[in-house]
Design a protein around this ligand. Sequence first.
Ligand code: GRG
Length: 324
Amino acid sequence: MDRLPIFQKQIDQSLQQVVIPESPSTLYSPVRYILSLGGKRLRPVLTLMTCDFFNQDYKKALPAAMAMELFHNFSLIHDDIMDEAPLRRGNETVHQKWNVNTGILSGDALLILAYQLFEGYKPKTFRNLAKLFSTTALQVCEGQQMDMDFEKRDDVTISEYLKMIEYKTAVLVAASMKMGAIVAKVKKSTQEMVYEFGRNLGIAFQLQDDYLDAFGNPETFGKQIGGDIIENKKTYLFLKAIEFATSLQREEMLLLFNSQPKDVTSKIERVKKLFVETGSAQATQEAIEDYTKKAFKVLKKLPVNETDKFFLKQFGKSLLKRRV
Ligand code: GRG
């Protein structure tokens, strides 16, 4: 039952049909630009797929799916501003192409456009979707703030880090799936199971993102390799490296993570080497595997047919093998 290409095609078509005003073009051209850069469309695919699994017409979930993709793109624009990132999806970031203020405002417009998409649902479904959307958006905000706070701290624990990535990334993946279940009107306990599957998959996905930031293929990753290292971000790779390091390695790591050299190439190479030598690269791969397994354990209990379960499992596996 490989409906993935159908969902992807439908998402691209529907994104083009989202009503984005023409004027002022200085506000809406960046909106069109970021949406035109593509991306994996993971979140809307999950919304449609979940609705479909419960034998409901996936087209009913399209507005909710679009809302999640719009929200995701809004968060990317603002995230890139905060990170001063030059590249997104292999292209110039919005603030780089226009300017920071344009990025802030067109991001805000995207967030509101996302919200508006729920207006077409009947009151009860609208309420459930809007409630989930608001809770999730606030958690994403909290996750982002935690991430920024961690930059100034030297005592971040692994469990704090996992909470941060759960909020910054995983809840949006989980909510995207739950929205499909809400539209399909399945019972609450099933909705929660779907959410739990997405949450675990989302954590694995962010850990993979951290891993690829250091070890991804520069030609396909779409972002600057080593961005987190340049910014001295305390990712899972860093925290595990510190945990496993010998005192000499720890000293070197801390020195590197307190430096801001003009030429970043040698810093990136040295840190990557330490990630491998301390065993943190391996530990990160294992954590990705663990969270994927947790997701698949939840999947076992889901009341969907075995073929669909198998398909969802394959999809999850392919995501976590991604190199982009
Ligand atoms: C919610 C009000 C409010 C503010 C947002 C800026 C911000 C606060 C949060 C940033 C959250 C963020 C960008 C997390 C990163 C998540 C992540 C792994 C992004 C990459 O997702 P992919 O790989 O990207 O799915 P593509 O390009 O494929 O869509």
